[in-house]
Design a protein around this ligand. Structure first.
Ligand SMILES: [Zn+2]
Length: 261
């Protein structure tokens, strides 16, 4: 890009200095896209950050893009919508389907927690309130719009979105944002190159800027072989056979000789 063009600004609103609460704001000067909309989870100090005012009016965000359905990447969405975000939330089809389960459940848990706090009287607030409710979560689901992997989608003002499989969980994706002169790629949580269930992450050829998950950075996973699995299954084979025998009957176990859990 040349010096005359406005530079997009990237602001980290979470997922930095801690592993939860992922939210990255890309502001091109014309379009504002929030990549990830995660809940802070874990210690009380972290969870308290969910209650802090959002650094810009929610209605000023044009679109949200999700890498995958885990709540530390999606769980703030009901609150963002409740506070005035009316735009579209782009994600893969499987992420949308998982969000339909996870977000209402998260709302339900917030309500349960507030109820319990009021019953036991341990909250400083009277009454303690849920961050959002199951109803809030169900309402925001209508804003989710599935996008096919590898399909290019125009977000307006020359900004284009593409989702690429990242191998982390069902529906997980790298988020690629491209304008005419600049590209930025968000990894979300990363899958492994060799996994017994998931396909390996897409091989990324190029990006001007890369925002990469680093929770397990500078560490190596031990190799996972079928012998390891056999050893684990062997160790617990009696328990596994007992459970599967109860569910399916002995015949199925002995005939197939292999079960994917
Ligand atoms: Zn995840």
């Amino acid at each position: 890009m040349n010096d005359q063009e406005p530079r997009p600004a990237l602001t980290f609103l979470g997922g930095a200095g801690t592993v939860t609460g992922s939210k990255f704001l890309v502001d091109t000067g014309q379009v504002r896209v929030l990549v990830e909309c995660g809940l802070f989870q874990g210690m009380r100090e972290l969870r308290r950050r969910n209650w802090e005012p959002f650094p810009l009016p929610a209605r000023n965000i044009d679109a949200v893009v999700l890498t995958h359905a885990h709540l530390d990447h999606t769980g703030y969405l009901p609150l963002l919508a409740k506070n005035g975000f009316t735009g579209t939330v782009y994600c893969s089809e499987a992420t949308r389907e998982l969000c339909e389960i996870l977000l209402p459940d998260s709302g339900h848990l917030q309500e349960e927690e507030a109820l319990y706090a009021n019953k036991r009287g341990y909250s400083k607030h009277s009454p303690a309130l849920p961050l959002y409710t199951r109803d809030d979560a169900e309402r925001c689901l209508a804003q989710l719009r599935p996008v096919d992997y590898d399909a290019e989608l125009a977000l307006g003002q020359g900004l284009k979105l593409r989702l690429l499989p990242s191998g982390h969980i069902l529906g997980s994706a790298f988020v690629s944002l491209k304008s005419e002169h600049l590209s930025i790629l968000f990894s979300g949580d990363l899958g492994r190159p060799h996994d017994l269930v998931m396909s390996p992450p897409t091989r990324i050829e190029a990006a001007d800027y890369l925002i990469v998950e680093s929770t397990y950075g500078n560490r190596l996973h031990p190799p996972e072989t079928s012998e390891d699995l056999a050893r684990i299954c062997g160790r617990h084979s009696e328990e596994i056979e007992e459970i599967l025998g109860f569910v399916y009957g002995d015949e199925v176990i002995h005939r197939n000789n292999m079960v994917l859990l």
